[in-house]
Ligand binder design. Structure first.
Ligand code: IMP
Length: 207
């Protein structure tokens, strides 16, 4: 198994992502298990910028290859908002509930067929030699009129994936975790690592 640092302070993310990468021979270690005080302010203008910022900060902190993800909810009728600001949509100290309430309020008069939205995840894997690769995962769906379900987190209670009658918060977590935007992005990384088994090991500076 090759070790890869996951640039997050959230142990739930390590648990969710690890099974997606084990087939590619990767063992994930949370960055805060190695450097407990690790922290990054997400100042990027895009999901890729933020994922790169976190991955590179974890490389600097640990001296090892690291991977990071960043996710946003993009609502067509709101010109792509909340997007990269999804966690802070209702303000710097916003709660999941506050964000969901603001989203439903903004869409109050919008009929069902115009409530299209997508979750998008960017994943950046970076190595100490400066090489990096970016992957993405997308999940298309609709924003519901009101929250439904107790599972998941964030905007899950108001997001119905295309082809489903249930919100992400009503679907079992095991189902969400195989179809989600985050799963798709990390599966793309796993496929890249399976096709390029030495990629993480190579330490030469990029030409
Ligand atoms: P992060 O980049 O994974 O921290 O996600 C940023 C924000 O997007 C979170 O604070 C949530 O509000 C939202 N979010 C990310 N992933 C999901 C998801 O799988 N379901 C619902 N909301 C999500």
């Amino acid at each position: 198994m090759t070790r890869l640092v996951l640039a997050t302070a959230n142990p739930d993310k390590v648990r969710e992502i690890e099974p997606l990468l084990t087939g590619a021979g990767v063992e994930l270690v949370g960055v805060t298990d190695m450097v407990p005080e690790w922290e990054v302010v997400e100042t990027g203008r895009t999901l890729e910028d933020n994922a790169r910022l976190k991955a590179r900060a974890a490389v600097v902190a640990t001296g090892e290859a690291a991977v990071a993800d960043d996710t946003g909810l993009f609502v067509t009728e709101l010109d792509g908002a909340p997007g990269v600001r999804s966690s802070r949509f209702a303000g710097e100290t916003a709660t999941y509930r506050g964000n969901v309430e603001l989203l439903l309020d903004r869409l109050r008069k919008v009929p069902q067929k115009r409530r299209k939205a997508k979750f998008r995840t960017a994943v950046v894997v970076a190595k100490p030699n400066g090489t990096e690769r970016t992957f993405e995962g997308v999940l298309l769906g609709y924003i519901t009129d009101s929250p439904r379900g107790d599972g998941g987190f964030g905007y899950d209670p108001v997001f119905e994936p295309c082809g489903q009658d249930l919100t992400l918060a009503e679907l079992p977590l095991s189902v969400k975790n195989t179809m989600s935007h985050r799963a798709r992005a990390f599966i793309a990384l796993a496929e890249f690592l399976m096709a390029n088994p030495d990629w993480l090991e190579v330490t030469d500076p990029p030409v």
